[in-house]
Design a binder for this molecule. Sequence first.
Ligand SMILES: C[S@@+](CC[C@H](N)C(=O)[O-])C[C@H]1O[C@@H](n2cnc3c(N)ncnc32)[C@H](O)[C@@H]1O
Length: 403
Amino acid sequence: MSVNYGQNAADNEFLEAHQAVQLSDDGASDDDNEATDTNLPASTSINDEEEASGAANTHVVAHHYNELKEAGRKERHKSKIYFMRNFNNWIKSQLINEYMALIKQQKRIGDALRVLDMCCGKGGDLLKWDKAAISHLICTDIAEVSVEQCKRRYQDIAQRADKSKFGNKFTAEFFACDSTMVRLRERYKDASLQLNLVSCQFAFHYCFESLVQADCMMRNAAECLQPGGYFIATMPDAYEIIRRLKAAGPDARSFGNDVYSIEFEGNANELPLFGAKYQFHLEGVVDCPEFLVHFPTLVKLGRKFGLQLIRRSTFAEYYKETLPQGRHLLQRMSGLESVQPQRCGNDEQFAHVRKTVGTQRGRAVGTLSKSEWEATTLYLVCAFKKCKNSWDANGKPLFEFDD
Ligand SMILES: C[S@@+](CC[C@H](N)C(=O)[O-])C[C@H]1O[C@@H](n2cnc3c(N)ncnc32)[C@H](O)[C@@H]1O
């Protein structure tokens, strides 16, 4: 069964595809589903449990991120995607700030604020959690090397807070595991802990390799959230990917520019609901398999675990919407490149600057290169709210969605 990933057709297609791929009602993962070693080189054969769950690529992804060297400040500055990475970082800050603010409205001063950073990587968001004045953070990722680095960064922040009179000190726990195969709450120091926010940045799409994995990941995002808590994420926008693929030609299997590329292996006209795999390359930072996220399926999975979709915005939309209140932060984070229109010459990467600022000649404008903008606008932000529930006679939760 292939699925149409075109935006308007998506809902109907989901209904059809859903008849072929049932979203299971009970929890799909157990601890014993966990892959035995998440750090295997790409050539190692996969074990039976991974095969049974359809998780053939998780070790490739883990290996890729474990091997990724962290560039120094100088190298980062020289990168063709320096400003785009800062811009993406700003988008994450805006998203985190937006939902932390909503959570704080429901709380009294001094109440605990607990966060799960699922697929935390090297801890790129630690300072954001610090600034949000949370009280406890759980960090987990499939790549052990990244988790270790994240832990060291946290220790540095905690030490600085110790020395400073005004530093906020939050507690934290760290562990490496596959969030698509393992029930995370069983790894928490306190399995009964209630979270206020779950964040999964640039990573949720890895679970769309199979239904079993997507089900497990969504349960991990939802099950420890307090009613009124939020799950926020950034991920590639499958509609946009398919739109660009179609624009590349009827038989095209790949597209991209000088900073990113996307290549489908098989027939890109017959993509499944889960396991719609493509190879993603992003200049110097990513080169591994990813999976299209069929958005109606994501929403349906969320509802199974009491999560109601409250936001889906492309990066382009979110930038436009939040710029008025985030302009100052964007500047501080160097999220845009400062460009003098008259110095663009014939540089095609900045042709848009020459076109748009005819009236402002002489003044520098903040922008991204064409290639960077094309890469960042592949993504979307989304947010879900955890609903209240009662229980039926069999102990199944009955969620009270308010739509
Ligand atoms: C693009 S990085 C994003 C890291 C971090 N969230 C950030 O925004 O900086 C994607 C991360 O997802 C992690 N990841 C991929 N598949 C995973 C899985 N099955 N379970 C846990 N983490 C996974 C990778 O190891 C990597 O650190």
